[in-house]
Design a protein around this ligand. Structure first.
Ligand code: SAM
Length: 323
């Protein structure tokens, strides 16, 4: 996200009294990609790779992703060799800004990697890499629509949700979403926020500001600030077999040369997000303006570190799932 875009975005969220966390710019998602790559739990990923290697697919692997944004998870599953042979990958998001940006973003990515990506119409593409032949379908559809029967049940082998379950009422939607998976289908959900945010070095307003930031998530959606652990419990209660789980924290600290351009944009966006969320309404913490100024100064000086706790989960639908 460029500085201008990010400021515009935070200002418009404040003006409209709307949570900044409810909208994401494609530039922010692009910057977030490398932070997520580092954060993702590699043991959970390894288990997913292993499960897919033995998965009894009866045709091309059918993958459904919700809240896919500009397609960074698709990029990852191709680059990291998860998809082998034939697959159909359906990337869904309810925001047309994302689904439109995905085409341009993925075209650039394929070009950089010498992958053959041919578009057939606006939202359908064929990708050929040395290892895989993938049909990519980008669909503007909400999770709520998917849960209410938009797609045929029992038709997907792998369900992916990355950094999205803290934005939707998963307890209400998941029972229907899980119906979309085939028997023994896999459920992979990553970067589920799990209750802790930390900026270092510490600053006098920190405790109140972070508490209030987590409360703003709760106001938006009850339970959102502890999505990771709630999701794990929920899957177990639904009778899914949780095959692997582990931490996937976002972590940024300055290296010898400060921050990478992506880290720089991402940190700036996170500070703006906290500022935007806490500036809504009348009850703004008195230390907020000083806190934001201090964090920006620390960024400029290359002394700021940041961590947000997340949880990755891999589960399998089985006969006990009742689906
Ligand atoms: C934090 S972003 C993550 C995007 C992508 N997974 C990534 O990490 O780059 C959350 C995404 O979920 C989408 N989203 C939020 N609520 C949704 C809903 N109810 N149905 C479908 N998509 C939704 C947003 O438009 C956004 O693209």
């Amino acid at each position: 996200m460029t500085i201008d875009q990010n400021e515009r975005y935070t200002r418009s969220a404040k003006r409209g009294n709307r949570s900044a966390a409810q909208r994401f710019s494609p530039d922010y998602l692009e910057a977030k990609k490398s932070i997520d790559d580092r954060a993702l739990n590699k043991e959970v990923w390894r288990k997913l790779t292993q499960e897919l290697a033995f998965y009894p697919a009866t045709g091309p692997l059918q993958v459904l992703e919700i809240g896919a944004g500009i397609g960074t998870m698709f990029e990852r599953v191709v680059d990291w060799g998860l998809l082998k042979g034939e697959a159909v990958y359906t990337a869904t998001d309810n925001d047309p800004v994302q689904t439109n940006a995905a085409r341009e973003y993925l075209t650039r990515w394929a070009g950089r990697n010498d992958y053959l990506l041919q578009w057939e119409g606006k939202q359908l593409a064929r990708l050929r890499t040395p290892e895989a032949m993938v049909t990519l379908i980008i669909r503007q559809v909400s999770v709520e629509e998917l849960a209410s029967g938009y797609e045929s049940p029992h038709s997907w082998d792998l369900f992916i949700a990355h950094a999205v379950f803290d934005l939707i009422d998963f307890a209400a939607l998941l029972p229907d979403l899980l119906l979309l998976l085939k028997d023994h289908g896999l459920f992979y959900s990553t970067c589920n926020f799990d209750g802790a945010t930390r900026f270092l070095p510490s600053f006098k307003g920190d405790e109140e500001i972070i508490t209030r930031y987590h409360e703003s998530m709760e106001k938006r959606l009850s339970g959102a600030s502890h999505t990771g652990r709630r999701l794990r419990l929920f899957l177990e209660k639904q009778g899914l077999d949780v095959l692997a789980s582990g931490r996937s924290d976002w972590f940024i600290s300055p290296g010898q040369d400060g921050y990478s351009p992506a880290e720089n944009s991402f940190l700036r966006a996170i500070i703006d997000l906290v500022d935007g969320e806490l500036s809504i309404g009348r009850d703004t913490p008195p230390d907020l303006a000083a806190w934001v100024r201090q964090r920006r100064d620390q960024m400029a000086a290359g002394t700021l570190s940041f961590r947000a706790r997340h949880l990755d989960l891999l589960a399998r639908c089985g006969p006990l799932a009742g689906i």
